[in-house]
Design a protein around this ligand. Structure first.
Ligand code: ADP
Ligand code: MG
Ligand code: MG
Length: 895
């Protein structure tokens, strides 16, 4: 291998799958396939570094690169018996982009390099097929014209459409040699007209220009947007592969196609793909003709009349299927492959891990464990935790009647409802306004990704399961229906016309069922999916692997029940204040707050006690013996106070007080900075009768629930906003006293732990002292982030986005834990706390408890559990398992 160039072909290769960083995905796997002895046209890959060099040196190719490329081409000439630039036996080349991360269709590729007015004639004679030669030449001129010379596709499309109309042809394949030759003349003409330049005839000039242009395509706007959405660094650059051409457009025994080794939508273990006879390159995905199915099974499922590859070319099909099986076994993953058949000979042009829906990913992972291809741990690591969200997506209630407007292919599952929009810009605009939309297009192109990202779902009237819309939607996890040929988009009148001529206008509501392919009128009732089958299996493997427990933050019985269905192993945070807002309770709460003395407060608290007790009894019964952490009242009291005059009058009447007197009491409770004011344990210390009532409600409920369910819940009482050990000592004194009383009343002692929230920097630093009293710590990372940064979360929106835009911070610290600062405080608190109490229980209960990166951090710090909102519980279970596997891996490497 050279400094800039790695070669492949003839059954061997320099580099391979391990060199993705240097060779890009496409180059690395072309090399790998060549080494495996698979039929790959010979070629070479220019490393990604050359791209960086290209941009840093004012867009010129690095010194030494040209010679290495020419040497590589010489090797290709030896293998093919053809010569690049030769008029007698011309070698034709493709120049292909391929970055480290898969960026499908975002950058450019040029095919058929080396063609010019002379070589095209040799090709015609050699192949005994002039039509093929002129078809290839016109493709080359168009691609080169767009990618290298910067012309618009439309310029060429228009000429072609005119020609077809003139000759009365429907498809490109209908054009004969003479007609293509005519198109070539017109193409060359339009280039001269538009640019005042002649289409370059020198194959070497073509080559250097094309390599430069493919490097340059790394910076085109759609690639830049894609990088931003997928957080791909600009520094990576793209590799460029230069490869000998093979031809799928050499008549009826030639074809080109794309396939997945398993079904990317359902995960079913069945080869799945599409191909086109007598076609080249992107014809299949571009939706020029409707592609044919590769397998007979696929043909039957799509109801197509056109023969499958299995029927049409049985021998090539058998070879292809065997290669797919071999690639899967080699990569131990589902592959997405591109291939071309030249006069009955199969050539592999690309392989990569296939994008799939979460549902398919789940099934493939589980199946591959059962097939012995991967381990359970590998299966657990195959699923991106946040993508589980897709499975929690609603589907259409099967019992409701469907008003079907039309149907297409079920390209990406899940159902969604929204207003019809016809452009990507409009989708983006609507999202900003908070409207839900369905992006409806004839077909999508990489320019549309912004809009696709903003839409609830995507509908196209053209294209197959491997079309741009289908691939991108599956990647984004949004429902998608493609190729709805029975429907028509009328862009001029901004209407969507369904079966039977039903016409819908922009802004009208439709529902897309990405699982059945149906398009329905209006909004349709949805249901939640069952979390069984592969999901349950994979989650069970995750549960076997993880070390940390996963609890939920739940304040209500509904939350608690949902969380248990999702596999929560307890409640990590129950915020009691939510229990004071409903109906009657708020009145009693207001009476308590506004009471003039302890006696008044106790009278109001006595009214609240039964409410709290019955809430807790229900919660404990649902959690059936699992741990439940209850936080004592935390927020500043003003949050409960009446705000409007009418509300004040209501309360005044109920409390038998003049409204003006009440208004003065409310004024007196005013705080300048309530989040740093009378809240948390400061409330319990100022008004111990509040903590007393809460403790009594908790303990009495625990006794009642144990009687009801036969299991005693593991009680943990959490004292919020402690910064001094003396604060905790004081409040714990109150709790202990009430526990003793309730224990005595019931004739048996009550078991519970008392602990504190670590949410103030002082508490983190003094953790060893606080842990002398506290039996557990729960990291309240929302407040800890606020108090560490001195940023009020409620006001952060005013400047955090600006900070992100200006590169001052990367992530919003309220969403993704600040490992360096807040994280260090957590680490300090965990270490110091355990130093004075070795069995100190540690958990996290902020928003971060459901964030996979933060969960990894918690695993590494050695927390005992994470707690998150009910819908994030499955995500947290999986993320915790992956974190444990990763940590073990690191340990075994270092030991
Ligand atoms: P993308 O990254 O957009 O998929 P590719 O470099 O894979 O671009 O090229 C697109 C298509 O062009 C391929 O799928 C293949 O059909 C065709 N192609 C690329 N190189 C060759 C080649 N050497 N011979 C024949 N067809 C090729
Ligand atoms: Mg490709
Ligand atoms: Mg807090």
């Amino acid at each position: 291998m050279g400094e800039w160039v790695y070669r492949f072909g003839g059954g061997k290769a320099e580099g391979g799958a391990a060199d993705v960083e240097r060779l890009g995905g496409k180059g690395a796997h072309l090399a790998e396939m060549a080494s495996l002895g698979l039929p790959v046209p010979p070629g070479l890959t220019i490393v990604c570094d050359a791209c960086t060099h290209y941009f840093n040196s004012g867009r010129s190719l690095p010194e030494g690169l040209k010679q290495e490329v020419l040497d590589g081409i010489t090797a290709m000439e030896e293998l093919t018996g053809r010569v690049y630039g030769d008029t007698a036996r011309p070698l034709l080349l493709s120049v292909r982009s391929g970055a480290r991360a898969s960026m499908p269709g975002m950058m450019d590729t040029v095919l058929n390099l080396g063609l010019n007015d002379e070589t095209v004639r040799t090709l015609a004679v050699d192949s005994e097929d002039p039509r093929f030669a002129w078809d290839s030449y016109r493709r080359f001129i168009q691609m080169y014209g767009c990618v290298v010379m910067g012309l618009d596709h439309e310029v060429f499309e228009e000429i072609l459409e005119d020609e077809k109309a003139k000759a009365g042809h429907e498809y490109d394949t209908d054009l004969c040699a003479a007609e293509w030759q005519e198109v070539v003349q017109l193409y060359k003409h339009v280039i001269e007209e538009e640019l005042g330049e002649i289409f370059p005839q020198d194959p070497h000039l073509q080559l250097w220009k094309a390599i430069g242009a493919v490097f340059a395509s790394w910076m085109n706007p759609r690639a830049a947007t894609f990088r931003m959405l997928h957080r791909i660094p600009e520094e990576w650059g793209t590799a460029v592969s230069v490869q000998a051409m093979v031809f799928g457009n050499l008549g009826s025994s030639s074809a080109t196609g794309v396939a997945f080794t398993r079904n990317p939508s359902t995960g079913e273990n069945a080869l799945y793909g599409e191909f086109l006879v007598n076609a080249q390159g992107e014809d299949v995905v571009a939706g020029i003709r409707t592609p044919q199915s590769i397998t007979e099974e696929g043909r039957l499922a799509s109801g197509s009349e056109k023969p499958s590859m299995e029927k049409l070319m049985p021998q090539v099909f058998a070879e292809f299927r065997a290669i797919c099986t071999r690639l899967e076994a080699h990569y131990r993953d589902m592959q997405d492959v591109e291939f071309t058949i030249e006069r009955g000979k199969l050539w592999m042009l690309q392989t990569r891990s296939g994008k799939r829906t979460t549902k398919a990913g789940m099934k493939i992972a589980v199946d591959m464990v059962e097939e012995g291809l991967i381990t359970k741990e590998q299966a657990v690591c195959r699923i991106e935790p946040p993508s589980l969200d897709q499975l929690l997506h609603p589907t259409i209630d099967p019992r409701v009647e469907r008003h079907v407007l039309g149907s297409g292919l079920p390209a990406s599952p899940g159902a969604a409802t929204g207003e019809i929009v016809f452009t990507a810009e409009e989708a983006v605009h609507a999202e900003e306004e908070g409207r839900k939309v369905i992006l409806v297009r004839i077909e999508t192109s990489p320019e549309d990704i912004h809009g696709m990202n903003a839409a609830e779902a995507i509908l196209t009237t053209r294209g197959g399961m491997t079309s741009h819309a289908a691939v991108v939607a599956r990647g984004m996890g949004i429902p998608c229906v493609v190729g709805a040929g029975s429907m028509r988009v009328d862009l001029r009148n901004e209407t969507l016309i369904g079966v039977g001529g039903v016409t819908l206008h922009r802004g009208e509501v439709i529902t897309i069922d990405g699982s059945s392919g149906q398009v329905l009128r209006g909004a349709v009732p949805m249901i939640q999916p069952a979390l069984s089958g592969d999901f349950a299996k994979l989650m069970a493997w995750a549960d076997e692997t993880r070390r940390m427990a996963v609890r939920t933050n739940a304040d209500t019985p509904q939350d608690a029940r949902a969380a248990r269905d999702f596999g929560a192993e307890g409640i990590g945070l129950c915020r009691t204040e939510h229990m004071f807002f409903e109906g009657e309770r708020i009145h009693a709460m207001r009476e308590m707050i506004l009471a003039e003395d302890e006696k008044g407060r106790r009278a109001a608290l006595a009214k609240l006690l039964p409410y709290q007790r019955s809430d807790f009894t229900e919660l404990f019964s649902i959690m059936h013996g699992l741990p439940v952490t209850i936080r004592l009242l935390d927020p500043p009291l003003h949050e409960f106070l009446p705000k409007t005059e009418a509300e004040i009058e209501d309360v005044a009447r109920a409390m038998n007080m003049p409204p003006a007197f009440l208004a003065r009491r409310i004024d007196a409770l005013h705080e300048f900075n309530p989040m740093l004011g009378l809240r948390g344990c400061r409330l319990a210390i100022s008004y111990p009768e509040i903590a007393e009532m809460q403790a009594r409600a908790i303990f009495e409920a625990a006794v009642a629930a144990a009687k009801r369910t036969g299991e005693a819940v593991e009680l943990e009482i959490l004292v919020p906003l402690v910064s001094l050990r003396a604060e905790l000592d004081y409040v714990k004194g109150v709790i202990d006293r009430v526990a003793a009383e309730v224990g005595a009343e019931n004739g048996s002692p009550i078991a519970y732990l008392a602990g504190t929230m670590i949410e103030l920097p002082r508490a983190a630093l003094r953790a060893h002292v606080i842990a002398e009293t506290a039996e557990f710590f729960s990291f309240g990372t929302n407040d800890l982030t606020q108090t560490t940064f001195g940023i009020s979360r409620d006001d952060a929106a005013a400047f955090i986005p600006t900070y992100q835009r200006k590169g001052i911070i990367e992530h919003d610290p309220f969403i993704s834990l600040d490992f360096d600062g807040v994280g260090e405080l957590i680490q300090i608190a965990a270490e110091r706390g355990r130093r004075s109490r070795s069995d100190l229980k540690l958990g996290i209960c902020g928003e971060h408890g459901g964030d996979p990166d933060s969960i990894r951090f918690c695993e590494n710090v050695g927390l005992d559990y994470v707690s998150c909102s009910p819908f994030r519980v499955p995500i947290a279970r999986l993320a915790a398992a992956q974190a444990a596997i990763e940590r073990q891996g690191k340990r075994s490497v270092s030991s």
